[in-house]
Structure formats: C-alpha cells, structure tokens
Design a protein around this ligand. Structure first.
Ligand SMILES: [Zn+2]
Length: 85
C-alpha cells in the first residue's frame, strides 16, 4: 500500500490500486475527525460505513494514478527477470 494524502483536506490514507476500477483505501485516522467531508455526512446522521469515501480523496487517488505517482500494478504479481533464486 502507498501513502497518499487528500489534496482537499490533507488526510493521509494508505491506498492500494490494482486497476482503474479497483481501489482499496485504509484510513490511518478516524475518518470523521480527519476528513471534513465525512464529518459533514456524519453530522447529517449518515453512518460512516455507508459513506463510500471522500470525493476529493477519490479525485486525489485518480490524479495520482494518472500521474504515475500511484502504482496501478501489483509488483508482486510479476516475475523479476534474472532472479531465479
Ligand atoms: Zn477528504
């Protein structure tokens, strides 16, 4: 997993992205207290487990993937050439 921070709220998360459609996010801090978007939804009475993710965080992840900052392939699934041990 790679560490990434939301460009909007600065919240830091761990991200794993294997394909454009697969993204897993692991929050390092309590989402409601670290992300204004979650806090806003929680204030409206939405249970945090029903909030998919912060939309600006999602944008940040997409942007990082497009820029190549975020690796979209799992290096573990590829054989390393020249290393047969
Ligand atoms: Zn956010």
């Amino acid at each position: 997993m790679q560490e990434l921070s939301c460009t909007s709220c600065g919240n830091r998360v761990l991200v794993e992205k294997y394909s454009p459609t697969h993204t897993s996010i692991q929050w390092l801090a309590d989402a409601e207290s670290s992300c204004p978007e979650f806090a806003r939804q929680a204030a409206l009475g939405v249970d945090s487990k029903w909030i998919p993710t912060c939309t600006s965080l999602r944008d940040s992840i997409d942007e990082a993937a497009v820029k190549g900052v975020l690796e979209t392939d799992s290096p573990r699934s590829y054989p390393v050439p020249g290393r047969l041990t």
